[in-house]
Design a protein around this ligand. Sequence first.
Ligand code: COA
Length: 327
Amino acid sequence: MPNAIITAVSGFVPDQVLSNVDLEKIMDTSDDWIISRTGIKERRVMPPDQAVTRIGTECVQSILSQRDIDPDSIDLVICATCTADYIIPDSANSICSESGLNKAYGFDLNAACSGFVYALHTAAQFIKSGTHQRIIVVGAEKLTSYMNYEDRTTSIIFGDGGGAVLVESSEEEGIGVIDAELRGDGTGREVLRIDAGGSLNPVTQERLDKKAHTVFQDGRQVFKRAVQGMTSSMLEVMKRNELTNDDIRWVVPHQANLRIISAVANQLDFPMERVMVNIDKYANTSAGTIPLCLWEYESQMKKGDGIMLTAFGGGFTWGSLFLRWAY
Ligand code: COA
């Protein structure tokens, strides 16, 4: 069975910065409160006329040029997102067309903030089965389209951006995606959701007036479940693969809140120096956070390094994936 290895990574964030100080001007909050409760200093905002397709296309084009790859050799693009440009069509197909991937097909995968881990696991199955040779997995979001800036507890934590990885088939042993533990619990929809805009509650003026098309969450409930979910799924993968902390060079957590990340590291007795963190700059970009971390830390990873991805998101969805870096 071939291995599914990551051979390139890219990231993209828009230029516009929305800092905590900017937020102080439009709501009753403070830079100190946001930093101390979340670790976030600023986030990025996509322009009104651009969304997930633009982020994904930038990332795909970067991967193609970095490796001088023939666009026709890409079989599939999976775009992990919960903020696609449109309800129909999906963003992945638009990304394929915009990037000149004439022979690829694409589909979106919505597992909220766990989307990238779910999508990478899915891509690995296609590669390991032998049916696909080259897949690009994108994790990208434009969450600022779904913020209610009158809700100071939720709107401060989200931002726009994303990244992508190239997943290829390889016969080399000991590298690539090794194992994943993915979980879900649909009862979580009560505490983290967007009520309107889907088929159950289509957009009406009344729902718009109530801001029902924006993200609602019970932050404390989500916080607790995120720590539990990320910790337990990581421990499960470690147990199944007889891994100790020493076998993991880097933990790459979904960037939801620095206190969630620290609590998970603390429960596993894992040193923060080996945990990738960039929430201060980009905030929570949902499915975008993990590839954005891989992109920023790329030069620090070495071939064979054990890398543990872990995420938690709306649904609830959660999971961890262990891989060995391939370059
Ligand atoms: N600025 C200043 N004060 C704020 C504030 C803000 N932006 N947001 C909330 N507060 C206030 C609250 O009104 C409350 O005041 P009170 O004690 O007078 O009632 C107080 O701060 C504590 O609010 P609480 O909601 O308990 O804060 P918290 O410590 O739980 O932090 C979150 C809120 C949202 C940052 C935190 O719960 C969190 O990150 N949860 C996880 C969310 C998440 O990750 N979601 C995505 C999942 S992938």
